[in-house]
Design a protein. Structure first.
Length: 374
């Protein structure tokens, strides 16, 4: 097949999503029960118990999206008007939207050039007396330095929130699961993630007080075991029973999804080991491979060449750092030069999928080889 006719599975089609009969049965089970709202059913509560067990954490709270999961975390951390939250400019807008919603200030720290994850030194330099929390994103499924960030947060009395939306079952260099060192860790079930229920979020913690805050914030500040009393301000971020039922099945599939993504990524790494001008992350063990990030000399040129060969490739991941968006006025250009260089020049993102065959991977490797020789 000519390279430009390479039809890779994508997350927007049945070939690129790992669904089976079990998801279909789960949807019908909920429909037949006629209880679609999780305030009155058992699916979301069961999903929470299963998620807590998967991550060996005391509690999990289900919500309507990854952004909602982060909003629960930020609100439970006590972030409010005038507070500051330090995070990366290289992430989805969902990482910062909750901070804005709490009328707090997002403080952007620069990232490491090799993987785009927060630079702990830059984080520490950004701490002020107003800092309340740090949100560490495990970008693309590769580990942020949670050890160093945990130590900084402990030194300054800050809440550490791990944004694991892209890092299902990712591990750090010591083989520890990402999402187990933060006071709270948040996950997304959005269409593009490793596993999906369309939309959905999960927040995990070992702290019963944080868990209670998150649960209240998720359901209008209402603890339904004690009558119609609103203990604190909250929103309606409930996950529906339909979503939870699908998510429960997806949760049983995530280990295999990540295993296959790792196997294929290792095959690609071996195939392009000698390639000039494009490098996979040096830290590959434990990577969850939400996508495959490559470091190149000129990301626009590489992306164009790959796209011509039928390989979806995105230069820079984002068009601009988060702080350069109109929704976040007042930040100067050049604020985080290493993040800007990754976006403008050196970062190339390949879509990745557990359904890629070995042949798909070999064709992607060949397209990279051709792009490199141009
Ligand atoms: C790193 C990161 N954080 C947060 C989010 C927000 O998640 P959602 O789209 O489920 O609200 C996403 C993805 O969308 C993400 O990739």
């Amino acid at each position: 097949m000519p390279e430009r006719e390479m039809h890779l599975p994508t997350v927007l089609g049945p070939r690129g999503r790992t669904f089976g009969e079990e998801e279909r049965a789960a949807v019908l089970r909920v429909l037949d029960s006629a209880v679609l709202c999780s305030a009155f059913g058992s699916e979301a509560r069961s999903l929470e118990a299963e998620m807590a067990q998967l991550y060996s954490r005391a509690e999990a709270v289900a919500s309507s999206s990854g952004t909602a999961a982060l909003h629960l975390a930020v609100a439970a951390a006590g972030v409010g008007p005038g507070d500051e939250v330090i995070t990366t400019p290289l992430s989805d807008f969902g990482t910062v939207a909750p901070v804005l919603a709490q009328q707090a200030r997002v403080v952007f720290a620069d990232v490491r050039p090799e993987d785009g994850n927060l630079d702990p030194e830059a984080v520490e330099a950004a701490v002020t007396p107003r800092t309340k929390a740090v949100i560490a994103v495990h970008l693309f499924g590769g580990a942020a330095d949670v050890g160093a960030l945990r130590a900084i947060c402990d030194r300054h009395g800050l809440v550490l929130i791990e944004d694991c939306a892209q890092a299902w079952l990712g591990e750090d260099t010591a083989g520890e699961l990402l999402g187990t060192r933060g006071d709270i860790a948040c996950f997304s079930l959005q269409q593009y993630k490793h596993i999906t229920a369309g939309d959905g979020g999960l927040s995990v913690t070992d702290d019963p007080a944080l868990a209670r805050h998150m649960r209240l914030f998720m359901d209008k500040g209402w603890d339904r075991t004690e009558g119609r009393i609103h203990r604190e301000a909250g929103l309606n971020y409930r996950m529906t029973e339909l979503t939870a039922a699908v998510a429960r099945v997806q949760l049983t599939r995530v280990a295999e999804v990540v295993r296959l993504r790792r196997e294929r990524a290792e095959r690609l790494a071996a195939a392009i080991a000698g390639l000039d001008g494009a490098r996979m992350p040096a830290q590959r063990a434990g990577h969850a491979w939400w996508v495959v990030p490559l470091l190149v000399d000129d990301n626009s040129r590489w992306a164009k060449s790959l796209q011509t060969a039928g390989v979806p490739a995105l230069p820079g991941y984002l068009e601009r750092p988060l702080y350069a968006n109109p929704a976040l006025p007042g930040y100067p250009p050049g604020l985080c030069p290493r993040a800007e260089r990754l976006i403008d020049r050196t970062l190339l993102v390949l879509q990745w999928n557990e359904a890629y065959t070995e042949g798909d991977v070999d064709r992607i490797a060949r397209a990279l080889g051709e792009a490199g020789s141009r």
